[in-house]
Design a protein around this ligand. Structure first.
Ligand code: FES
Length: 215
C-alpha cells in the first residue's frame, strides 16, 4: 500500500486523494450490489402457468354451479362453483355454515392432514383422502377427520376480456382469514388463480349434518 501510495504521489496524486478514490470505489461497488439485489427481488419468481404463479382460465372452463369440480394438475387446484341457495346433494346449506356460500373457489389439492393428494369421489359427492380417510364437501369444508381444518384456498380474480382488467377478486373472511368464494361479476371473461397466494382453511368443527351424526 505504501508503495502504491508513493507511486500515486509520484504521478501527481496525493495519498489523501488516492484514499478518497478507493473509498469512492467501495461505495459505488456496494451501491451496485444493492441495486442488483433490488432488481432480483422485483423479478417475478414464478411464471404464468407454473405452480407458484398465476393460471388464467377462460370462464367457460369454470364448472356449472354445484356440480363436481374441475381439476388442474399443473396448478394443483380444483375449481368449484358454489351456491347454497341452489342447494343439491353436492352443495347444501347447513346451519353450521356462515351462509350463503356463493361463488368460485380455487381449492388446494393437498390434504390438510399430512399432505396426501385427495380426489373427488363422484359416487359419494365429496373429496376423499386415500391416506387416512379425511373427507371434505365441494367447498372444501371438512366432513370427517383426521384433517385438522378445511381445505386451503388460493386467491381468485375475475378478469375482463383483455386479460388485464380486474373486475373483482377474492375477499378475505373477517371471521377466519380464508379466501371467500368469488361471485363472478357480469363481463367476466377469464378467471385467474394465483397459486402464490394461499390462505389456510378454517378450523371449524366437523360438518356433522353431512353424516347425520350431529349431537
Ligand atoms: S393425509 Fe389425508 S387424511 Fe391423512
Amino acid at each position: 500500500m505504501a508503495n502504491v501510495a508513493a507511486d500515486a504521489g509520484n504521478n501527481g496524486i496525493t495519498r489523501r486523494e488516492f484514499l478518497y478514490y478507493v473509498w469512492g470505489a467501495s461505495i459505488a461497488l456496494v451501491a451496485a450490489q444493492s441495486a442488483g439485489m433490488l432488481v432480483w427481488f422485483l423479478i417475478p419468481k414464478f411464471r404464468e402457468g407454473e405452480f407458484g404463479g398465476t393460471f388464467t382460465l377462460p370462464v367457460d372452463e369454470v364448472p356449472d354451479i354445484n356440480v363436481p369440480p374441475a381439476g388442474y394438475a399443473e396448478g394443483r387446484f380444483w375449481i368449484s362453483n358454489l351456491d347454497t341457495e341452489q342447494a343439491n346433494d353436492v352443495m347444501y346449506p347447513s346451519d353450521q355454515d356462515t351462509l350463503p356460500i356463493k361463488g368460485v373457489a380455487a381449492i388446494y389439492k393437498v390434504c390438510t392432514h399430512l399432505g396426501c393428494i385427495y380426489t373427488w369421489v363422484e359416487a359419494n359427492d365429496r373429496f376423499e383422502c386415500p391416506c387416512h380417510g379425511s373427507k371434505y364437501r365441494l367447498d372444501g369444508r371438512r366432513i370427517e377427520s383426521p384433517a385438522p381444518r378445511d381445505l386451503d384456498r388460493f386467491k381468485v380474480s375475475a378478469l375482463a376480456d383483455d386479460k388485464i382488467t380486474v373486475l373483482a377478486e377474492s375477499a378475505i373472511s373477517e371471521e377466519n382469514g380464508t379466501f371467500l368464494p368469488l361471485d363472478l361479476p357480469a363481463g367476466t371473461a377469464f378467471v385467474q388463480v394465483d397459486t402464490g397466494a394461499k390462505k389456510l382453511g378454517n378450523s371449524t368443527p366437523l360438518l356433522c349434518s353431512y353424516a347425520g351424526n350431529c349431537p
